[in-house]
Write a protein that binds this ligand. Structure first.
Ligand code: GLC
Length: 742
């Protein structure tokens, strides 16, 4: 439709129909034969009449071509103006093909890989009927206690957040939303949700505007500049005001300063939660605060549906805002081509042929391998030789549950297991024992009872545990090497999964301790959605491969990597803490006036652990040995119109071919506000043949030196700087240079 036709449509709408467009509910109500399900299912708390249900503008949690068409048909059959529904879903790391969780994808440091994963995910979900994806989540995340770090594509770094946000928005949206395989990207969560106090989900966020602009805003800004069609506000308060009703955030920053023209949707029930926060006194105020701040769609609360009309009748200003919101919503539906075809890109035929196709599964496996991070490899124990007898031990060896907690649409039965794949490749060269459960039943009960699951009691659990360990010991004794697959339960990671203890569970540590007494090489494959406390078990392990929750092709990807058919190249995007007491720990920290360097008392340190992280940001090993030498700057002084070229020599001193992520960091030695000890400014992922030497170049320009000063200006100041280059944020070569602002 032409824009003027959209305006004509808007003018035909009643106030009830307009407000309906601004309401989003779960869509299963349109599939229910029981017309009273409106009053009994999850919607009952919204107190919506059937008329209001059939006015809503969008639904969430409905996907699958047949189901989407059925819902759309049912809805349109009762729609006066035939305005199609929007279908929105959380396809955050793949639809039927579950890709690695976003934090893992970020560890690939490969925008091409992330683009490909996003495009496959977008194609699968759009032909299955999704018009909008609640992805990417770009919240900068520094605290491993927070369960949602698993969703953070950029981890603890603002530059990665920016680059990945841009990559994913463009991959979802392409040039036109109506193209098959494209969909609108809803970037989340605005804003600074990753800074929840103490890593406790939904908790308070309070920071200076300068901190917000320096670290948390860049990724959202990049997403908006990339053309994101939608933004989702976050559950937290930001400096005393819930994000969902934060006028400064939405109107001043997002709309005016960043020029965002798309739709702002609340998170699930967040408009109503402004009452619980103690900001809105009642439901009417919640409606007024939200529409005034600029919420266009109220997700899963009855506030707009039940209170916005009266406010419009009392106040023309508010009705004007409603008209603006509805115009944005109709405009997005038009961009998606829904007025011409209410089913959008939904395609049942394509759904049968494209989804989970072997070519994409093979691609997914390769992409997945780029997300693995080799944390330890003592004496090059990896890759394993096929001549060895391998004991496969642990609850993740024969387990299809290796997709993340948001992979609810993927078909886990297609995942295969590490045991299957190893047996295919090595027959009876591998022997297996489960060794332990992921969690003791009491732990599982704690987690699952929160979802309403019944408490399960296991008779003689501790005895069973001992028996499993004894059996694992017997198995391990017959092998040359032990391959352990341990980690978090996937329901310990994700939304509402904050933890005060981020070590492996006691029963898993007990298994490691017992197996360690056999003095055989022991390799850990680690499944997790957050940095894990490894300091007590690391000394007992010869190698650690971080695989996160790797998704559908994970088992095959892992087995090939362990056997050397692929070479790890991932690098951490979040620092691993010494222990949970060190959270939050991140590389781009300030120096303090008493940085810890020696064992002296009056320094910024802990008495009981080292100050540096256990594994640093940007860290990851390879089967190759990369040697960095000859850091060279072609100049040691630059002004705002000049650049400095940094060159580094890198030699692959091994017989393996593989990728290395070379990283450039910069430190501003002093400024009008203190500056971090390091900031990532550029990186290159380069392929090296065996024994190949390469000279890698970076250009430093003035823009890399900019920061937010105390007047909230983005400036580069004259002064002394250091440039660092390395394969992580700690093991670096450095040199100095001067910037003169003239
Ligand atoms: C959830 C999450 C958000 C998700 C939304 C819809 O509470 O906070 O990330 O997109 O609700 O499921």
């Amino acid at each position: 439709m032409k824009h003027k036709e959209i305006l004509e449509l808007l003018n035909k709408m009643t106030i009830e129909e307009k407000i309906g467009q601004m309401v989003q509910i779960t869509g299963d109500v349109f599939l229910s034969e029981d017309t009273n399900s409106v009053l009994t299912g999850p919607l009952k708390n919204l107190h919506l009449s059937k008329e209001k249900i059939y006015h809503v503008g969008s639904v969430l949690n409905i996907i699958g071509a047949e189901k989407v068409k059925k819902v759309q048909d049912e809805y349109l059959s009762k729609s006066r103006l035939k305005i199609p529904l929007l279908f929105m879903d959380d396809i955050i790391n793949g639809y039927k093909i579950a890709f690695p969780i976003p934090i893992a994808q970020g560890c690939s440091w490969n925008t091409k890989a992330i683009k490909e994963m996003t495009e496959i995910s977008s194609m699968e979900s759009s032909i299955a009927g999704a018009n909008v994806n609640f992805s990417p989540m770009v919240d900068l995340s520094r605290d491993a206690r927070w369960g949602r770090v698993m969703e953070s594509i950029g981890g603890e770094d603002p530059l990665l957040g920016e680059i990945y946000a841009r990559t994913m928005v463009k991959a979802y949206q392409g040039k036109n939303l109506f193209e098959v395989g494209k969909m609108a990207s809803c970037v989340k969560h605005i804003a600074a949700y990753g800074a929840v106090e103490a890593g406790r989900d939904y908790n308070t966020v309070d920071m200076s505007e300068r901190e917000f602009r320096q670290y948390y805003l860049p990724a959202y800004k990049a997403a908006i500049e990339a053309g994101a069609e939608m933004l989702m506000t976050s559950f937290n308060i930001l400096n005393g005001i819930p994000s969902t009703v934060n006028k400064w955030l939405i109107q001043e920053v997002i709309r005016k300063e960043l020029g965002f023209k798309g739709i702002v949707i609340s998170d699930y029930g967040a408009v109503e939660e402004t009452i619980t926060h103690g900001y809105s006194a009642n439901e009417t105020e919640a409606a007024k605060n939200a529409i005034t701040a600029g919420i266009d769609i109220d997700m899963m609360s009855g506030i707009y549906a039940n209170h916005l009309k009266d406010l419009c009748l009392q106040n023309q200003e508010i009705e004007n805002k409603v008209n603006e919101s509805v115009l944005r919503i109709l405009t997005l539906k038009n961009k998606l081509g829904l007025f011409e075809n209410p089913y959008g890109n939904t395609n049942e035929e394509k759904e049968k042929t494209y989804i989970m196709n072997p070519i994409n599964l093979e691609k997914a496996k390769k992409l997945t391998q780029e997300t693995f991070v080799l944390l330890k490899n003592k004496n090059h124990v990896l890759p394993l030789q096929k001549s060895k007898k391998i004991a496969l031990i642990g609850p993740y060896i024969d387990n299809i549950g290796i997709t993340g907690s948001w992979s609810m649409f993927s078909d886990r039965t297609k995942n295969g297991t590490i045991l299957d794949i190893f047996k295919e490749k090595m027959g009876n060269q591998v022997i297996y024992a489960k060794g332990c459960e992921i969690l003791r039943q009491e732990e599982i009960n704690k987690i699952l009872s929160a979802d309403g699951s019944p408490i399960v009691h296991v008779e003689n659990e501790r005895q069973k545990e001992q028996d499993m360990i004894a059996s694992a010991m017997q198995t391990a004794k017959k092998a040359d090497v032990i391959l352990l697959a341990l980690g978090e339960h996937y329901k310990q990671s994700g939304e509402a999964c904050s933890r005060s203890n981020i070590a492996l569970p006691e029963n898993q540590i007990q298994l490691i301790n017992e197996l360690y007494t056999l003095s055989k090489p022991m390799i850990l494959i680690l499944f997790n959605g957050r940095p894990i406390e490894l300091n007590t078990i690391e000394p007992k392990l010869d190698a650690i491969l971080e695989v996160w929750f790797p998704g559908t092709t994970g088992a095959k990807a892992i087995t090939e990597m362990i056997l050397g058919e692929e070479n790890p190249s991932g690098k951490l995007t979040m620092s691993f803490p010494q222990n949970v007491g060190q959270c939050p720990v991140y590389y781009n920290h300030y120096n303090t006036g008493r940085p810890h360097h020696d064992n002296l008392r009056y320094l910024s340190r802990y008495q009981d652990i080292p100050t540096e992280s256990f594994y640093p940001f940007g860290y990851g090993l390879s089967y190759c040995d990369f040697k960095y030498t000859e850091l060279y700057l072609n100049n040691h002084k630059m002004n705002k119109n000049e650049t400095i070229t940094v060159t580094i020599k890198i030699e692959n001193q091994s017989d393996y071919a593989g990728y290395e992520v070379i990283q450039l960091y910069i430190q501003d030695l002093y400024g009008s506000v203190v500056r971090p000890v390091k900031e990532l400014k550029a990186f290159k992922k380069e392929y090296f043949k065996p024994h190949e030497i390469k000279y890698i170049h970076f250009n430093i320009d003035m823009h890399m030196l900019k920061f937010w000063n105390e007047k909230l200006e983005l400036v580069a100041e004259s002064g002394e700087f250091k440039a660092f280059v390395g394969g992580d944020s700690v093991n670096v070569l450095e040199d100095r240079f001067e910037f003169v602002d003239n």
